[in-house]
Design a protein. Structure first.
Length: 353
């Protein structure tokens, strides 16, 4: 491990935020929908549903917006070149059918970018619920459990979450800037920071494209085309070690990963929020990591925690390194990301699997 990467000195800019400061500045990331915004979204949803098409086929053209469309143009730039986070608050989801709220969510997503498949089944509309699966099963994805997720990125440019129902207790959303973690490690342990730019095996958890290995070999951090890009899921890095042909983690790699985790969990660097029913959170995956605390759900199945999820590819986004093809398939800007296998057929299921 003698390779030395030519890395920039401290990176500045709006994505290099500090969590303790963001927690005091809700105006930087929270946008409250006005009655006119809500009416605009509802009218667009009624129009699309009148076309009698699958929600997975929605386009910006078929989800026509008036005043709120201008805000989504601003939101797209905020994700790509701003702080990388926004929460839209105030959508009255309790008055909507699940199909109606899914139409609004997918319609907003269509104005921001193109929806990507979130699993081998081709679901562009994901359901984040505890399905009672064991996290010890190497093919279980952590969002299907009630356990703490740990800080991670998803396999798309942007991830969107819409809260339908909260848990009885817990399930708090946490966010941290990868740029700020980089800056902190650069100051205190640049030797360990270097190891995060090495290729590292990450488990695919059983969702394997045709001809691919059951794991990817993508660095946690990449410096490419003037951008720091993060790709991270520690549980899946650890579980990739079950494969005999996966590159072994050295003691230096493990120490670097442990420090990365410790900084992500530093209460000065990250901040949290409790998503309320009707909240829609968008996070830019290439510069931010997100997490969810463990939760206790309601005994009544009808009240249990339920979030909808979108993965989006955004036009005008940054270039990605060649190694991201292992996860994204294509790294074509505006047409990349998601999980695609030979069996994948894109659709938007209204009920969890």
């Amino acid at each position: 491990m003698t390779q030395i990467y030519d890395l920039p000195q401290e990176i500045s800019g709006p994505a290099a935020w500090i969590g303790s400061e963001m927690a005091q500045r809700e105006d930087a990331w929270l946008f409250t929908l006005s009655p006119d915004d809500i009416a605009d979204l509802e009218n667009a949803a009624r129009h699309y549903l009148s076309l009698d098409r699958d929600i997975g086929e929605i386009t910006a053209h078929d989800f026509p917006l008036n005043r709120f469309g201008a805000h989504l143009v601003h939101l797209r730039q905020k994700l790509l070149s701003g702080c990388g986070i926004e929460v839209l608050r105030g959508l009255p989801v309790e008055t909507y059918s699940q199909k109606f709220v899914a139409t609004i969510f997918c319609g907003i997503g269509a104005h921001l970018g193109s929806a990507r498949s979130q699993n081998a089944a081709g679901h562009i509309l994901g359901h984040v619920r505890d399905l009672g699966r064991s996290s010890k099963d190497p093919n279980t994805r952590i969002y299907q459990t009630s356990e703490r997720q740990s800080f991670h990125t998803d396999s798309a440019d942007v991830v969107g979450l819409l809260c339908l129902r909260e848990a009885q207790e817990g399930g708090r959303s946490l966010l941290v800037s990868a740029v700020s973690i980089y800056n902190r490690m650069l100051r205190v342990r640049p030797d360990l920071l270097q190891r995060l730019f090495d290729p590292i095996a990450t488990d695919r958890r059983g969702e394997i494209p045709e001809g691919a290995k059951p794991f990817m070999e993508i660095p946690v951090l990449s410096w490419h085309a003037g951008h720091l890009t993060v790709f991270y899921q520690r549980q899946y890095i650890d579980s990739a070690q079950r494969f005999d042909n996966a590159m072994r983690l050295t003691p230096e790699h493990i120490e670097a990963l442990d420090m990365f985790d410790a900084l992500a969990n530093d209460p000065d660097l990250h901040f949290g929020m409790q998503l309320q029913p009707g909240d829609i959170q968008f996070v830019y995956n290439h510069s931010q990591l997100h997490d969810r605390t463990g939760f206790v759900d309601w005994p009544d199945p009808a009240k249990r925690r339920h979030l909808l999820r979108l993965w989006l590819s955004i036009a005008g986004d940054r270039p990605l390194p060649e190694c991201f093809k292992q996860r994204y398939g294509s790294i074509e800007i505006g047409n990349r990301g998601g999980i695609v296998t030979a069996q994948t057929k894109l659709h938007a299921p209204l009920d969890p699997e």
